[in-house]
Each structure stands twice: as structure tokens, then as C-alpha cells.
Design a protein around this ligand. Structure first.
Ligand SMILES: Nc1nc2c(c(=O)[nH]1)N[C@H]1C(S)=C(S)[C@@H](COP(=O)(O)O)O[C@H]1N2
Ligand SMILES: [Mo]
Length: 206
């Protein structure tokens, strides 16, 4: 039996429903670190802000203090990285993206969202997926009850576990509402525009 097959069997033995593991993935308890470029260093968050732009009635510039005053929620979810690891039951705390959508009064013409991070990283996600019932689309500032580790996105990352984990942009600084889809960083470099792990939409042409 190969590694992947054994990993899937071990899940069932542990009482985890193996159908939670998308095709071609293995489950791990580790939390690998993956990104292009370097990890930003923040001396303090006084000059940090989150910009909300594009197809909105109210463009926003939200300071860290203002952001922390928003209502936060806790979620537990599975995450799936395109490099084939999945991690089950990860715990996050953050502000739902729908809160920002209401604050900014996103216009009807908006169809997609671009998440913008430090150093020019970006990721695109359809708005319908963000607004669909039960969707987790979180601006996350805690993992496992503690502030994010620098390499995992401190102080703020996007969390969108329905799609491959590359959509979950670390070091988030901007949210752009768009009236058409556009490729983000990885999507312009060979990764699938949508990226559903259960459809194995890893790369262009999948
Ligand atoms: N800003 C930024 N966010 C990013 C990336 C990146 O290169 N830059 N890589 C993505 C990819 S490809 C993955 S798999 C996840 C990894 O998150 P982790 O390091 O917390 O496991 O972050 C995503 N978010
Ligand atoms: Mo990734």
C-alpha cells in the first residue's frame, strides 16, 4: 500500500470520515509554512491598515484598532494545500468578510474579490462563494487561540478553506471588489483560477 492510501486508511481507523480528505491529498498534524518571498516584520501596528477598494459605495481604510473593535467569530475547519497536505479541525478567530462587505456597501456589479497582501501577493475568489450559505470567509487574526505566527500571516490573513489554501492570503492589506474575474499571483503563474480541492483544480487545465 502506498503512502497516500495508507494515510487515508489511518484516518478511518482514527474515526475521521475519509471523505473529508480531497483526492490526491494526505492528512497531517503539522502546519507547514509556504509562501513566495519573505515574511514582513512589523515593529508595531500603528501604521498598519486594511484598505477596501473597487466596486464599493464606501471605500475604507481600517486601522488595526478599528479592526479589533469589529465583532469576531471562531471557526473550526479543514484546510487543503495544493502541495497535497490537508490539516483537519484547524481553529481560527477573525472577522467575517461579510462584515466588511456590509461596511463598504459593495455594489451589485461586484462579482469577484481580490485579496491583496504585502509585497504584491494577491488571490482572487468569486463573491458568490463568499456569500453562499455556511461559507467560511474570514479575516483571521488568531490560530489556535493565539495571534498568528509571523510566517503564518501575522497580523491578519484571509481564510477561505473551501478552496485550496493558496487563496488564503497571508499578511492581508487590501480587499478589492471587482466586476470581472482577474488572476491573482498564483493564478497568473499556472494555478487554477478557482481551485476546488474536491475537484482537484490544482493547475491550469485541471
Ligand atoms: N501573502 C502571501 N500569502 C500566501 C502565500 C504567499 O506566497 N504570500 N502563499 C499561499 C500558499 S501557496 C499557501 S499553501 C498558504 C500557506 O499558508 P501557511 O504558510 O500558513 O501554511 O498561504 C498562501 N498565502
Ligand atoms: Mo500553496
Amino acid at each position: 500500500m502506498g503512502f497516500f492510501e495508507r494515510n487515508r486508511k489511518d484516518l478511518a481507523a482514527k474515526g475521521v470520515d475519509p471523505s473529508r480528505l480531497p483526492p490526491g491529498q494526505y492528512s497531517t498534524d503539522r502546519f507547514p509554512v509556504l509562501h513566495a518571498g519573505s515574511v514582513p516584520v512589523y515593529k508595531d501596528l500603528s501604521s498598519w491598515d486594511l484598505r477596501v477598494v473597487g466596486a464599493v459605495v464606501n471605500p475604507l481604510v481600517i486601522s488595526w484598532a478599528e479592526f479589533m473593535a469589529l465583532d469576531a467569530v471562531d471557526v473550526v475547519t479543514d484546510i487543503h494545500c495544493v502541495t497535497k497536505w490537508s490539516k483537519f479541525d484547524t481553529s481560527w478567530r477573525g472577522v467575517p468578510l461579510t462584515t466588511i462587505i456590509e461596511m463598504a456597501q459593495v455594489k451589485d456589479e461586484a462579482t469577484h474579490v481580490m485579496l491583496h497582501s504585502e509585497f504584491g501577493f494577491s488571490a482572487n475568489v468569486p463573491l458568490t462563494d463568499i456569500l453562499s450559505d455556511g461559507a467560511i470567509a474570514l479575516l483571521a487574526f488568531q490560530f489556535d487561540g493565539k495571534e498568528l505566527e509571523p510566517e503564518h500571516g501575522y497580523p491578519l490573513r484571509f481564510l477561505f478553506p473551501k478552496l485550496y489554501f493558496w487563496k488564503s492570503a497571508k499578511w492581508l492589506r487590501g480587499i478589492e471588489f471587482m466586476s470581472a474575474d482577474k488572476a491573482g499571483f498564483w493564478e497568473a503563474n499556472g494555478y487554477h483560477m478557482y481551485g476546488d480541492p474536491f475537484q482537484e483544480q490544482r493547475y491550469w487545465g485541471d
